[in-house]
Design a protein around this ligand. Structure first.
Ligand SMILES: [Zn+2]
Length: 383
């Protein structure tokens, strides 16, 4: 035998040993009825689990498309689809946003372990997967309650009946504070009220303001108002701030995979209110957010259409920079079961833009622009 061949066998042998004894790799042991079914590959201290390896150990099939970098696995009758670099995971053709992007390493598609298990557990599977240290224990559950929220029937038609307008922040949460002390909550409320007036005067639709005065409202409460009212469109209104005082312009956000650092910064700032909401003790983690993330892909395209109209209409009327439509993980948009966007009217951290936003005429112009966008959007629905 050539020495290179010996070396090769030696390496394979060592890899074999290490896989048995788990020398260099972390992994999660899968246990069912006190039997060890096998080990599933994980990375980042078991935080991320390999979908391929998980389905194989459980005895299910998986299919990987190397070209599109997608994986489809069937686990206990649930179809799970994931794509490299994307935070969205399709579970039985419903879209869920995971706290991490899918990472592909050595042909393994790694996704958040706890989110995956949560998702499986909340669905029709009669097994319960519980994660403890380095083990996943599978137990059979009889008459399991399903926590699944089915939105398919709720929103079969795009009937345009109720528009929910959500002025960001309020009460003890001022939102961003401007260069000269302008408060985001005040700007947002004023523009929202103007918009509400225009819609209710000119269109045959119901309007709902999540708040019409300076009160504190949790992000979940805002969504609840929207969902309870069966909203056909949810518009959350905000003003932006950045540590770079030069930043300016208006932008509209959709909920979506985090692709852009600046967008993530905005989402982080807008989500920061969660801290004020008394999450102490059971602080809302990224992992928890998945519970609230039941977005339908159909909403996404409608939201995108509306967002583009908002940008277009504002752009026609003001000279500020059009920063375009972006996406990031905004908590307030998560779980709103209707097309939804978050509008950032401008940067109050920018001296000249703050000055504009302090002018009631400018705010009127912005409200008119969003109103026109609503009108145009309604027309696209009737086509
Ligand atoms: Zn805000």
């Amino acid at each position: 035998m050539k020495s290179s061949k010996i070396k090769k066998y030696l390496i394979i042998f060592l890899l074999f040993l290490s896989s048995i004894f788990g020398f260099n790799n972390q992994g999660i042991k899968i246990i069912k009825n006190d039997l060890v079914l096998g080990y599933v590959k994980t990375i980042e201290n078991n935080r991320l689990i390999s979908l391929n390896s998980f389905s194989t150990v459980l005895g299910y099939k998986n299919f990987v498309n190397d070209k599109t970098e997608k994986i489809v696995v069937n686990i206990g009758g649930n179809k799970i689809k994931a794509t490299n670099g994307i935070t969205f995971v399709l579970f039985d053709d419903k879209v869920y946003q995971f706290p991490n992007k899918v990472i592909v390493k050595d042909n393994n598609y790694f996704i958040s372990t706890s989110s995956l298990l949560k998702l499986i557990n909340s669905n029709k599977s009669s097994s319960n997967f519980s994660l403890k240290d380095n083990e996943i224990v599978i137990s059979e559950v009889l008459n399991k309650k399903t926590e699944r929220v089915d939105l398919t029937n709720e929103k079969k038609k795009w009937k345009f009946s109720t528009i929910v307008i959500d002025p960001g922040h309020g009460g003890k949460d001022p939102g961003a504070v401007g260069y000269r002390g302008t408060l985001e909550k005040d700007i947002a409320l004023d523009v929202a009220k103007r918009l509400e007036k225009k819609i209710s005067r000119n269109m045959d639709v119901k309007t709902v303001l999540t708040r019409d005065e300076d009160i504190f409202l949790k992000l979940d409460e805002r969504k609840k108002i929207a969902n309870d009212n069966n909203g056909s469109l949810f518009i959350s209104i905000h003003a932006n701030a950045a540590s770079d005082r030069r930043a300016s312009g208006f932008e509209t956000f959709l909920i979506g995979p985090n692709k852009n650092e600046a967008a993530v910064r905005v989402a982080t700032r807008e989500n920061a209110v969660l801290e004020l909401e008394g999450f102490s003790g059971k602080k809302l983690t990224n992992e928890d957010l998945i519970q609230a993330t039941i977005a339908q892909s159909a909403f996404a395209s409608k939201s995108e259409q509306f967002a583009a109209l908002v940008q277009e209409e504002i752009g026609k009327r003001v000279t500020s920079r059009n920063r375009g439509v972006k996406q990031a993980g905004f908590y307030v948009l998560w779980g709103a079961s209707m097309p939804n966007v978050l509008v950032e009217l401008g940067f109050i951290s920018n001296l000249s833009e703050e000055k504009k936003l302090r002018s009631s005429q400018y705010r009127e112009t912005l409200a008119t622009a969003i109103f026109r966008a609503v009108e145009k959007y309604e027309k696209t629905l009737n086509q």
